[in-house]
Design a binder for this molecule. Structure first.
Ligand code: 5AD
Length: 368
C-alpha cells in the first residue's frame, strides 16, 4: 500500500490506523523518501509573529476566543513587527509569518497592509533581493481584502479548515461561523494568487479516522500548496474544556496520529510544504523534529516578543516565546542537521507544488 501514485480512502484509513511500531516506522521511512525525492532535504524556517490576539471569532476550542474575558488583549506596534522581521532576516530565515486573531474592520486591514509594506521595505537587500517572503494567517476576510493584502506584498496565506467534516465543524464553531464561508475564503485566496495553506486539528472530540482520511482527500481536492496540522490541545477557559479527561486519556495516541497524518499527507500530496507545528512541540519533547522525520519540511520558530506571547495562548502548554537567543538558535539548527537534513537559509522556500500546479494546471486530474 505504500508507494502508490494514487491513494483511495480505504488505503489512507488503513495507514492512519497503524499501531504496530514496525508499521509506523515503515510509513515514516516511505514518507521521508517521498519528501527527499519530491522536495529535497531542505528544512525552511519561518519566523512567526503573533501580532495581535484581538479576535472577533468565538471558536469553541480556542483560548483567545472573543468570549474569553480572562485574556489581556494586545496589538503589537508597527515598530515591534518590523523589529521582529529584521531579527527574522538576520537569522537567515527567509520568510516571515504574520498571525493574529481575526478582525475585518478597516483600521485593522490598513494596519496589516502597512506592516506588510514596512517589513518588505526594511528587509529588502543582501540575501533577500525581494525582502522576506510574507505569509499571512489572519483568518476569513473578503475577497477584496485578500486582493489588497496580496497587492501589499504578502504571497502566502494559511487558513485552516480545522476539520473537513461539515458536521464536526458545526460542533466546534458558533452558528455565525459557517463551513461554507471558510471554504469560499480558501477558494478566493487561491484565485487571488496566494500560495494557499490549510490544515486541521487532530484528536478533536468526536473526530474519527475516516474524518482524518477525508481531511487529506480534502487537501488533495483543494490542491493546497501548504499544510499545517497539529494535535488538538485543551484550553481550560473554553467550552471544550469539558472534554478534558477524554482528550487527556488519548494523548499518546493523538501524538502518533498527528505524526501519521504528516506522513500520509506527504505520501498523498508529495510536493507540498508541511509544517511541523508548535502544537506538536507542546505535546512531546522534540515534537517538531519528530514531525520533520515523518515528512514535514517547515518549522515556524516564534519571534513574538515575550511581553505579548504569554497572552497568545490558543491552547495550554504552548511553548513560550521567542527568544532563546543565538545559542538556542544554534541548538535548533544543529538538531535539524542531526536528522540528516539541511536548512534552507536566506531563501523563501516556496512550496514546489505551487510552481508545478502553475506549470501543469491539469496534473491533479489524473488521480480521479
Ligand atoms: N489546540 C490546538 N490548536 C488550536 N488552534 C486553536 N486552538 C487550538 C487548540 N486548542 C489552532 C487552530 C487555528 C490555529 C491558528 O491554531 O487550528 O487555525
Amino acid at each position: 500500500m505504500l508507494g502508490r501514485d494514487c491513494y483511495a480512502k480505504e488505503d489512507i484509513v488503513s495507514l492512519l490506523e497503524a499501531t504496530d511500531p514496525v508499521d509506523i516506522e515503515a510509513i515514516r521511512r516511505q514518507a521521508e523518501a517521498v519528501l527527499l525525492e519530491n522536495c529535497g532535504g531542505d528544512v525552511f524556517l519561518r519566523g512567526l509573529v503573533e501580532f495581535s490576539n484581538i479576535c472577533a471569532c468565538d471558536c469553541l476550542y480556542c483560548g483567545i476566543r472573543k468570549s474569553n474575558q480572562a485574556v489581556r488583549r494586545y496589538l503589537l506596534s508597527q515598530e515591534e513587527i518590523v523589529q521582529a522581521a529584521i531579527q527574522c532576516a538576520q537569522r537567515g530565515y527567509g520568510s516571515y509569518v504574520l498571525q493574529s486573531g481575526e478582525r475585518q474592520d478597516e483600521p485593522f486591514i490598513q494596519f496589516v497592509e502597512q506592516a506588510i509594506r514596512a517589513v518588505k521595505r526594511q528587509t529588502t537587500g543582501g540575501h533577500l533581493p525581494q525582502g522576506l517572503g510574507i505569509t499571512l494567517s489572519i483568518g476569513e476576510q473578503s475577497r477584496e481584502t485578500y486582493e489588497r493584502l496580496f497587492a501589499a506584498g504578502a504571497h502566502r496565506y494559511l487558513l485552516r479548515i480545522e476539520t473537513s467534516s461539515p458536521s464536526l465543524f458545526r460542533a466546534l464553531h458558533p452558528p455565525a461561523q459557517g463551513f461554507e464561508e471558510r471554504l469560499a475564503c480558501l477558494r478566493a485566496l487561491r484565485e487571488t494568487g496566494f500560495q494557499v495553506g490549510s490544515g486541521v486539528m487532530i484528536g478533536l472530540p468526536g473526530q474519527t479516522i475516516e474524518d482524518l482520511a477525508d481531511d487529506l482527500l480534502f487537501f488533495r481536492d483543494l490542491d493546497v500548496d501548504m499544510i499545517g496540522m497539529g494535535p488538538y490541545i485543551v484550553h481550560r477557559q473554553t467550552p471544550m474544556a469539558r472534554h478534558r479527561e477524554t482528550v487527556a486519556a488519548q494523548r499518546p495516541r493523538i501524538l502518533t496520529q498527528a505524526l501519521l497524518m504528516i506522513a500520509v499527507a506527504r505520501l498523498v500530496l508529495r510536493d507540498v510544504n508541511i509544517v511541523a507545528t508548535t502544537a506538536l512541540e507542546a505535546m512531546a519533547p522534540q515534537g517538531q523534529e519528530l514531525g520533520l522525520s515523518f515528512g514535514a519540511n517547515v518549522i515556524m520558530p516564534p519571534l513574538t516578543p515575550a511581553s505579548a506571547s504569554n497572552d497568545y495562548t490558543l491552547y495550554e502548554g504552548k511553548p513560550l516565546a521567542a527568544d532563546g537567543g543565538d545559542q538556542l538558535e544554534q541548538a535548533r539548527q544543529a538538531r535539524i542537521r542531526s536528522l540528516g537534513r539541511e536548512i534552507g537559509l536566506n531563501r523563501w522556500g516556496d512550496p514546489l507544488h505551487y510552481f508545478r500546479r502553475k506549470a501543469q494546471p491539469a496534473a491533479r486530474a489524473s488521480c480521479d
